[in-house]
Write a protein that binds this ligand. Structure first.
Ligand SMILES: N=C(N)NCCCC(=O)O
Ligand SMILES: [Zn+2]
Ligand SMILES: [Zn+2]
Length: 319
């Protein structure tokens, strides 16, 4: 006989303990060590040794947790109460070496493998975009090559910086070379801004990505871009990687490599919700750098994006 599933332990009740009281876990959820089992885990990776410009994304996880205090338990946009239909937890931070990128990347992969044994669905808060590489190495061990849905101002399929192959501008090139990506089903959304050369786009296509640019969103509208995105992803296992700099700097100033002309947070949230019937197997939200933030704008945007991702994954549990 299978054990009856216990009722999930939810977040702290904001009508009993004020939202601004207590230590911040994501959405005031229980910590993984405080519950017997978990369906969905939010985990932080405070790492920014891979950045090419402004640093500070190592402080992203705690900033997003602080900004997530106001989230509520029912998500009307997806008609799901994510913390009631699944046991969602905060798994804390993965401690990684800030002085050695290769070592840090190995630590992230091993920690993600170990966490997946305890919580089969993981949403990661970065950290700079370097961490997508070890996260993809981990998730593909369980699901095979994944369709990568990559929201970003940048391609992140560049080759090296100062001779370094593993940086925040290169994770998807390495992942493609390693066979972690479904080359027929991956795409970037929100891409914009100057490149190094036209060849960047040629390389990017060869590495398996379609580009749905920020300009295309403006020209065609969100609904049409969602259709294109869904057509590209099909029914494959999808890994969603969201660089917060996909948002316009007006919506997310707190990031390391900002580019003008980006998406609004409303557009991004709608695109994430449009994945609710797809087979999402993991996700990250990266590049929140609080020192450049104002009035928690970036933290709030990122916390809502994480909430939508958690909702997608929690909704899978009851299905
Ligand atoms: N992944 C992010 N956020 N940025 C990559 C920018 C790489 C560059 O400096 O050209
Ligand atoms: Zn970016
Ligand atoms: Zn990026």
């Amino acid at each position: 006989m299978t054990e009856p599933t216990p009722t999930p332990v939810g977040p702290v009740d904001a009508s009993v303990v004020p939202r601004y009281a207590g230590i911040a876990t994501f959405a005031r959820l229980p910590r993984i060590e405080d519950v017997p089992r978990a369906d969905v885990a939010v985990v932080g990776i405070p790492f920014d040794t891979g950045v090419s410009y402004r640093p500070g994304a190592r402080f992203g996880p705690s900033h997003v947790r602080e900004a997530s205090r106001l989230l509520r338990p029912y998500n009307p946009a997806q008609d799901v109460s994510p913390f009631a239909v699944a046991q969602v937890v905060d798994a804390g931070d993965i401690p990684v070496n800030p002085f050695a990128i290769d070592e840090a990347v190995g630590e992230v992969e091993r920690a993600a493998d170990a966490l997946a044994e305890r919580a089969p669905r993981i949403v990661t808060i970065g950290g700079d975009h370097t961490i997508a590489l070890p996260l993809l190495r981990s998730v593909t061990k369980r699901h095979g090559p994944v369709a990568v849905l990559h929201f970003d101002a940048h391609l992140d399929t560049w080759d090296t910086y100062f001779g370094a192959p593993v940086t925040h501008g290169t994770p998807f090139r390495r992942a493609s070379e390693e066979g972690l990506i479904d080359l027929t089903a991956s795409c970037h959304v929100g891409t914009r801004g100057p490149l190094y050369s036209k060849q960047d786009l040629v390389d990017d296509e060869r590495l398996g990505f379609q580009v749905l640019s920020s300009e295309l969103v403006e020209q065609e509208g969100v609904a049409s871009v969602i259709e294109r995105m869904r057509a590209r992803l099909g029914d494959r296992p999808v890994y969603v990687s969201i660089d917060i700099d996909v948002l316009d700097p007006a919506h997310a100033p707190g990031t390391g490599t900002p580019e003008a002309g980006g998406l609004t947070s409303r557009e991004l949230l709608r695109m994430v919700r449009a994945l609710s019937d797809l087979h999402v197997v993991g996700a990250d939200v990266v590049e929140v750098s609080p020192a450049y933030d104002h009035a928690q704008l970036t933290g709030i945007a990122a916390s809502h994006v994480v909430y939508e991702l958690v909702t997608l994954l929690a909704a899978q549990v009851g299905r």
